[in-house]
Every structure is written in C-alpha cells, then in structure tokens.
Design a protein around this ligand. Structure first.
Ligand code: 4AD
Ligand code: MG
Length: 461
C-alpha cells in the first residue's frame, strides 16, 4: 500500500477505509481503553492523531512507541469526535520502524529554547517551529524562481570558488588547495603542491560580477546560491555562509532597480502569506505578535525612497540616543536602519546615492562626483535586506575607481572587457535570503533560519 502524507490525510474530503501513514511520534498518551499517538511526518504543522485500541492487534507494541520513534501505521481514517482535528486514524496495525530511547532523546513535548535547539541542529527540524520554518524556507526559494521566471530572467549559476573579490572588501575565505586527507602528495605532483589553480583561490562573496557579464549577453539574469564572508559574523544578522539572490538587468538604471527590488520583496511576502498560512500563523502567535501587521505593511505600503543625505539629516534631528552618532560619510548601523523603518517612516525604506567612499568600486559615480548610484532597502526589525546599485558602465571612470579603491586593474581585465565591448547601463542588487526569512517569520537570530549555520566557532558538522 502507498503511504499517504499526513497533510493529505488531514485535507481529506471523506473518511478512508484503509490508509498507511509513516512518520515520527511526537507524543504517546495512554488512556483506559486506548492509547493516543500524535504523529508528524513533516508534511504540515499539524499532527495526525492515531488511536490504538487496547483490544486491537496493534496494542502489543504500543509501550515501545516513544516520543521520537518512527512508525508506520495502517488503519481507518474517521471523523474525530475530539476537538482540534477533523480526522483521526484508528490503527489496525502499527510497526515500529526505528525506536528512540526516551531517556536520551533530547526533544520533549514542551517548548525548548532556541539556544538549546541550536546545539542539536540535526534534530531541531523535528520540532513544530523549525519544521514550519524550513517549509517556509523551501517555499520562499520556489517563489524566488517563480518571480524571475515570470519576468523573463534567466537563472545563472556562478562559481563558488573564485579568483576575484567582488566587493573589494578583502573578506574572503581562502581555499586551501592541499588534499585534506590521504597520503602526503609527492612534492613534484603538480596539482597538489598547494597551488592547484596557479593563483590564490577564495570562496565567493557574491556572484554579481559574473552576473553582470551574463546580463551583458542575456539581458536579465539572476543568481541564487551560497556566498561566504570572513567578516565579524558574531551578530544576530551575519552568517559566514548565507544564500543570496542577485538579479542583474541590462538597460536598467537606479530607478528601475528600486522598482524591481520593491516588487520582488512584495511578491515574496505575498506568496509566503498565501502559500504558508498555517506555518506562518505559528510565528505570528508565538514568535512575534506584530508579525502579521508588519507583513501587511511590507506587502502593501509604498516604500519610502530618499537620498543618503536626507537619511543622515533625519537621523541627526531624531531625538534618539544612538550608540553610533551619525554624520555625513558614515555607514548606517542597524540601530539607524531600524529607526528609519520602525519609527520614522513605519515601512520599508530605500536609501540611495551614498558617498562613494563607503561603497564598492563598481557602483556608478553620480554627476556630483561625491556619491554613487547605490541603494539599500531597509526593512523593519531586520534592517538591511537588499544592497544594490546601478553599475559604472564608463571604462575610464571604472578604471579610476578600481585604482582609487586600492585594487589592480590587471586583475579585472575580463570585467573591464565588458566596458570595452558593447558596454550598456545596467543595474542589480543582492537580497540576503536569510534576512528575508527573518523578516518573514519574526525570528531574530540568523542562526535559526538556516539549517546548519556557519558562524565563528560554530562548525560542529
Ligand atoms: O550589500 P551586500 O554586501 O551586496 C553585495 O554583495 C552585492 N554584490 C549585491 C549586488 O549588487 N548584486 O550584500 C547583499 C545582501 C545584504 O543586503 C544582506 O541582506 C545580505 O546580502 N548579507 C548577509 N546576510 C547574512 N550574513 C551576512 N554576513 C551578509 N552579508 C550580506
Ligand atoms: Mg550592503
């Protein structure tokens, strides 16, 4: 017999005389003539209530069905007289697929602290909260592809191992080109003498430069992949490994870029609200009581747009005791981003035209010669969700900016070729996927929205 998913059983329109479900036991409760088990198979938040009659054949093994064990249950799906569920399963047979010792199984039927669950990242998807979270993560990833596909973008795979530094910030993880194990390579073995590529290799911080090259051929592209930063990620918003979505659009300017960013965020939020309603509801009730109102604002209100200079003025006039004082030329900190979005505008905010000194070399220099056509999209609670810009398409200006940024034009010959041959204005941005998930669920620590977080001193497996 084929397995029915719990979600499908619970959505059933009619009773079913014979069903097979498989999953993990959340709890078992013994009453006078019955035992009840709550079964979850990951297909939805809700458990399926299974009733095992003391007189049935299934009763023999019931005492071994502990929290955490995996079982296969066959039986009849009938209307449930109890509260909280429409259907329940009356078991005719129960097979234990994999037991779990209740003395040592770390998950119990109670709310565990996130800090504790981080220490058992291999088991936390079996809890309600993390099951819901990772279903939302999966659905959001599909929504990303849907959004761009509907708009004629091509999905581009950019390399993870790279020879260049996209952000020019020197925050890259070096790739060791020595074999990690096995007998030591012979010294004369050319590939494994520590110089596999013949130059320094790093993990990519961004697929942007490669995306720019492809936008200059295919028109509109986007990347969606893991990126790595060897920066101080000892904050609730930074991870050393995170996933980024980077669209790049030829013949687009900064205004087009802001429009695309706003449409994209609204689309994702709307999609998650529609497709993940039950899972999202858990976060609205137990994680962040203001979540649904916040998502409503993000999905429907026009985002505020203002130049960096105006943002600085607002922050300077604010009657707030910021930890980091604001003046022209400083990078905005999370406290400033939160003030602008949560208190001043009470909606997402796009800040644009930043001083060139605090932004990357590839951003287009404005006529004032002081600012670049950069934009950051800030959202309540999370702060910076998106960073992007119109790109510097003029060869001479770009070469100057590379040198000013302390980099070597020779290393970027391939990037500069794009400006030599058929250069066009174009723009793009990067959205941090984990930051999006924090915003969508109200979870305040990035370690809790990625299956296996990579942060300083945190690499258990
Ligand atoms: O602002 P960033 O550094 O921009 C870029 O990487 C550009 N190359 C993007 C582009 O124009 N194509 O990063 C983009 C976004 C940030 O706004 C933030 O959401 C996220 O990536 N991000 C991080 N997320 C988690 N942990 C980190 N350490 C992050 N660093 C950036
Ligand atoms: Mg940024």
């Amino acid at each position: 017999m084929r397995r029915t998913r719990v979600n499908d059983a619970l959505q059933s329109q009619a009773p079913m005389s014979s069903v097979l479900v498989k999953g993990w036991v959340r709890t078992r409760r013994d009453a006078k003539e019955f035992s009840f088990i709550e079964l979850n198979d990951g297909s939805c938040l809700q458990n399926l209530q299974v009733i095992i009659d003391d007189d049935s054949d299934a009763a023999a093994s019931v005492k071994q069905i502990n929290t955490g064990s995996a079982v296969a249950v066959e039986g009849e799906l009938v209307a449930s007289p109890g509260k909280g569920q429409q259907w329940e399963l009356r078991a005719s047979s129960v097979a234990i697929l994999g037991g779990a010792d209740p003395e040592t199984y770390p998950l119990q039927k109670k709310r565990h602290a996130d800090e504790f669950l981080r220490t058992i990242a291999h088991l936390r998807p079996r809890t309600n909260k993390y099951g819901a979270l990772f279903r939302i993560r999966s659905e959001s990833a599909f929504a990303v592809h849907q959004f761009f596909r509907d708009r004629g973008f091509y999905y581009l795979h950019t390399p993870i191992i790279t020879g260049s530094d996209c952000e020019g910030a020197g925050e890259m993880f070096r790739v060791a080109t020595l074999p990690a194990s096995g007998p030591p390579a012979a010294a004369d073995e050319p590939l494994f003498d520590g110089d596999f590529f013949g130059k320094e290799a790093n993990l990519t911080v961004s697929g942007q430069l490669e995306a720019e090259l492809f936008a200059s051929a295919l028109g509109s592209v986007y990347t969606f992949g893991p990126t790595f930063r060897a920066e101080n990620s000892n904050t609730p918003r930074h991870a050393a490994e995170f996933w980024m979505i980077e669209p790049e659009v030829a013949f687009a300017d900064l205004d087009d870029n802001m429009d695309l960013a706003e449409d994209f965020v609204k689309y994702l939020v709307t999609h998650v609200r529609e497709q993940c309603a039950a899972d999202l509801d858990l976060f609205g009730r137990f994680v962040d009581k203001g979540l649904m109102d916040n998502l409503e604002v993000i999905a429907s209100k026009p985002y505020a747009r203002l130049p960096y200079t105006e943002a600085v003025e607002i922050l300077q006039k604010a009657k707030k005791d910021f930890e980091f004082p604001v003046s022209y030329g400083v990078d905005l900190q999370t406290e400033h981003e939160r003030f602008l979005t949560e208190e001043h505008f009470q909606c997402p905010v796009i800040v644009y035209n930043y001083p060139k000194e605090i932004k990357a070399f590839y951003m287009r220099l404005n006529e004032d010669d002081r600012t670049v056509a950069a934009m950051d999209l800030l959202v309540p609670r999370v702060g910076e969700l998106i960073g992007g810009s119109q790109r510097e398409e003029r060869l001479d200006v770009l070469e100057r900016r590379i040198v000013e940024s302390g980099m070597d034009t020779a290393d970027y010959w391939w990037y500069l070729d794009m400006r030599r041959f058929g250069t066009v204005p174009h723009a793009g941005f990067g959205l941090g996927f984990e930051r999006f998930l924090m915003m969508a669920t109200g979870v305040t620590n990035i370690r809790d929205v990625i299956p296996f977080p990579r942060t300083p001193r945190n690499l258990e497996f």
